[in-house]
Design a protein around this ligand. Structure first.
Ligand SMILES: Cc1ncc(COP(=O)(O)O)c(C=O)c1O
Length: 443
């Protein structure tokens, strides 16, 4: 750091002091919650507002249709009653319709199961899938990814493999997956699409490669759709009309989809999501399941075995909320995509502010097409690691997280989440990044 940079937009000495008090050896390596706490402290001490991009939480109000339906259900007294473990009939029916209307796939209501957020869905999926076959004991994570999935496998004491997809887009994905899956130990593969943290979206070609290889090696794809229909390059908002949310379900029946209500419907607080199991997989027998569950049936074991051990049903009122949201979307009365487009529009402006000031977008392409503007983007600054950059940006009033905790090999990279940044902060962002660039560019 040159001498001039002690004159930083956020008081240099206070930032230093707060870093020392935080007892974080290296804020660049901190977890999301640790960064949040540190930035809260700096904001309090300086009175300056940061451009906060560390947390992936919705920045929009919850879908009103959901809130209204939930209030009505509560008034009717559902809070007193255990919900059925497999979900209320309205929600199962509307979810089955939803995947038909917005993905063009056929799944019976039976295979549409509520979970306490999609995170519980992936946890239950790992639990069940890795008990199906003795020789298939390893989950494959396509990185970069959501750090909690690694944590889930760790606490389950299950094996994992992973690789950063950055260098394996398009046809290269086939050889990479083949080299891993042909060993025969992979039970399932999880990826998010659109991807947290990079916002890359798999192309149809890539989804077909994944689906074909899941068929070839009898591997279950867990497709995490936390950002359903949020690739705003195509308008997926019309029920029953293409284009649809791209999915591996077009290419294999070996799939579980997890649909979150958190981002697409701004419903994160109510912790309700859906697990969708293909009809074929739901009804499949795995003799080894009997070691853990009452039956050898996959769907039955998932619901009455795994999910039941995690919670005796999912919050009753929130199921009514999600059922009402899906129904309104299915009936063409709610354009949920329009409601969240703001994220894409903000990302577009913010990415330009970054690139105009010497920063680079790290994950920048889907095959040969520029990536979409959405909930997250990734950036770097020449000559610095992600860790160093995060540390430095704290003095410029900008907070985010390092890609290092996401399984990314792009260690120069940082993830920015646009959701909490207000449009009236763009001027501050521009000023601060301009200053950063002036202070750090190589002359
Ligand atoms: C890729 C991904 N999966 C799952 C989740 C969690 O979703 P939920 O709130 O439905 O548990 C998130 C939330 O940030 C996410 O980014």
């Amino acid at each position: 750091m040159n001498l001039q940079t002690k004159n930083t937009p956020i008081d240099f000495n206070i930032v230093n002091q707060k870093i020392i008090e935080s007892k974080l050896d290296n804020p660049g390596k901190a977890t999301i919650r640790e960064i949040k706490k540190l930035v809260d402290e700096i904001e309090k001490a300086t009175g300056e507002k940061f451009v906060r991009m560390e947390m992936g939480i919705p920045g929009l109000p919850p879908t009103k249709i959901g809130v209204d339906a939930e209030i009505e259900a509560l008034k009717k007294g559902v809070a007193a009653i255990y919900p059925d473990i497999y979900g209320i009939p309205e929600l199962k029916k509307e979810t089955s319709r939803f995947v038909k209307m917005f993905m063009d796939i056929d799944v019976s209501p039976e295979g549409c199961i509520p979970t306490c957020g999609s995170m519980m869905g992936s946890f239950a999926a790992f639990m069940t899938i890795n008990r199906c076959c003795a020789e298939k004991d390893t989950s494959l994570l396509i990185d970069p990814g959501f750090p909690v999935h690694r944590q889930q496998l760790k606490v389950l004491n299950q094996k994992m493999e992973c690789f950063d997809v950055y260098n394996y887009r398009g046809d290269k994905l086939r050889d990479k997956l083949e080299s891993i899956m042909s060993k025969g130990n992979i039970s399932c593969m999880l990826y998010s699409n659109p991807n947290n943290p990079s916002w890359i979206c798999f192309t149809e070609k890539e989804l077909k490669i994944i689906g074909d290889l899941c068929n070839k090696y009898d591997v279950i794809a867990i497709e995490d759709l936390a950002y359903f229909a949020m690739d705003f390059r195509t308008d997926m908002s019309k029920p029953g009309v293409p284009p649809y949310q791209p999915t591996v379900a077009k290419y294999t029946n070996n799939y579980i989809l997890t649909i979150s209500s958190s981002k697409a419907f701004s419903y994160a607080g109510q912790r309700v999501g859906m697990m969708i199991i293909s009809d074929e997989l739901y009804n499949r027998n795995y003799p080894k399941l009997k070691n853990y569950y009452a039956k050898d049936l996959f769907g039955y074991s998932m619901v009455f075995g795994s999910i039941y051990t995690l919670s005796a049903g999912i919050t009753h009122s929130s199921q009514y909320a999600l059922a009402a949201i899906f129904k309104a979307a299915n009936d063409g009365k709610l354009n949920f995509v329009e409601e969240v487009k703001e994220y894409g529009e903000k990302a577009h402006i913010m990415k330009k502010i970054f690139t105009d000031n010497g920063f680079k977008i790290v994950y920048d392409k889907d095959e040969d097409e520029p990536i979409a503007d959405g909930f997250y983007f990734t950036f770097s600054y020449p000559g610095y690691s992600g860790e160093e950059l995060l540390n430095k940006l704290l003095y410029y009033g900008v907070s985010a997280i390092s890609l290092a905790i996401t399984g990314s090999e792009r260690l120069e990279g940082i993830r920015a989440c646009v959701s909490l940044v207000k449009r009236d902060q763009f001027k501050d962002l521009e000023f601060r990044l301009k200053r950063f660039n002036e202070d750090h560019q190589k002359i």
